[in-house]
Design a protein. Structure first.
Length: 402
């Protein structure tokens, strides 16, 4: 078991891929682990390679794919892989694989690798609904859970053909998040953390709005990481482009005013407030009751805008003793020195304990699966930097709150 946070230490991940149609999703799982900076070694069954080619898996994992129990005998590969693993993930895990794992069988390289390892084991079942609901499969799942195996999924949705129901493998991003959560330190246990995510929208009429391009990914990643590290998390969510993680409280909002009200209410009882949402700075002074018609306004539409509430400043002004406040700054300034100066001034003006700065533009920043941030404390000192997928960046940010 790795003691350090998955965000700060490179893990050796063994990814077992078995022979189900969902094997194509394992490519995304491998890619996500690699993007997070981890060393991925794939153990594929012969059945798996009938669905996904070896060259694809080797290109994505950047390591040779292992399949044969009798390869590498001189180096005792059938146990060496398991002994070196910090984490083992099986995706997809077919009904046959679950039965083999429950019985402790070692008839192939994946079985011996798992038996030879003391690393945490995470499996993502994938099969037809009838197979998943079969009493034998459910008994095998219960056995594995009793041994400490983490079961992620399956999801309920479209299967092969016209079938639909429980048995669909979870999406790669959710699986990787859950798997890394198994290794996350519980250093935030007992802490209550309030996080805002997404982008607020200010209506022009019942159809149109002023908003921004924030997807909410970084805020959701922060909520996921905080939950995995033991915190009690409340997420104030404004128009997220992805589902929030399980195990947290979600408060949906739309406008900046709604976000302000929710954040001030929840901040009254939170130990830490992280303002990751992209807030619309202006809103229309008047909102049309019906759709604004082009023919009615002619070739030009003139809008009068007013400033929205400065939510972060209000939260900082109302802070309790010992409460930690984290703000975000998305800036387009191209000069890196000036960029930090702008963020430093903002950190002081807002009165936050930590300001997370990221550079955005037309082609980067909002909506991306990766992020690059600079962290600045309330004195204007750069205290850290983080690059990578948004979950690993989230862990690096939380490291400053321990």
């Amino acid at each position: 078991m790795v003691e350090a946070s998955a965000s700060t230490e490179r893990l050796t991940v063994v990814l077992g891929i078995t022979g189900g149609i969902a094997a194509y999703k394992a490519v995304g799982v491998a890619r996500a682990f690699v993007l997070a900076g981890h060393d991925v070694h794939i153990v594929a069954t012969e059945g798996a390679l009938r669905f996904v080619g070896r060259p694809t898996l080797e290109a994505i994992s950047r390591n040779p794919v292992h399949t044969d129990l009798y390869e590498g005998v001189a180096e005792v590969r059938h146990v060496a892989l398991g002994q070196s693993a910090d984490l083992i993930v099986v995706a997809p895990a077919t009904a046959h694989t679950l039965a083999s794992l429950a019985a402790g069988l070692a008839g192939d390289l994946l079985g011996t690798t798992i038996l030879a390892s003391t690393a945490p084991l995470v499996v993502a079942p994938a099969m037809h609904t009838e197979m998943w609901q079969n009493l034998a499969t459910q008994a095998n799942i219960a056995t594995l859970r009793s041994r400490g195996v983490t079961i992620v999924g399956p999801a309920d949705g479209q299967l092969t053909g016209s079938d639909s129901g429980p048995g669909r493998m979870v999406e790669p991003e959710a699986l990787v998040s859950a798997a890394l959560g198994v290794l996350a330190p519980r250093d935030l246990a007992g802490r209550s953390i309030l996080i805002s995510a997404g982008g607020t929208r200010e209506p022009l009429d019942p159809v149109r709005f002023l908003g921004n391009r924030s997807s909410g990914r970084q805020g959701v990643a922060l909520a996921t990481a905080a939950r995995d590290r033991g915190a009690d998390v409340v997420l104030v969510a404004a128009h997220l482009e992805m589902a929030p993680p399980d195990g947290i409280t979600v408060v949906p909002v739309g406008t900046t005013e709604q976000l302000r009200d929710a954040m001030l209410q929840q901040a009254a009882v939170a130990d830490t407030v992280i303002m990751a949402a992209a807030v619309a700075d202006f809103r229309p002074l008047a909102v049309a009751e019906g759709k604004i018609k082009k023919d009615a306004v002619g070739d030009e539409l003139v809008l009068t805008l007013e400033r929205t509430p400065d939510v972060l400043t209000e939260i900082s002004a109302a802070r309790r003793d010992g409460q930690r406040i984290v703000g975000f700054a998305a800036e387009t300034e191209p000069d890196p020195v000036r960029l930090v100066e702008i963020a430093t001034e903002k950190a002081r003006r807002k009165g936050v304990d930590l300001l997370v700065l990221n550079h955005v533009g037309w082609e980067h920043g909002f909506g991306a699966v990766t992020n690059s941030v600079i962290m600045i404390d309330r004195t204007g000192t750069v205290v850290g930097k983080a690059d990578g997928d948004k979950l690993s960046v989230a862990h690096r940010i939380l490291d400053h709150l321990r």
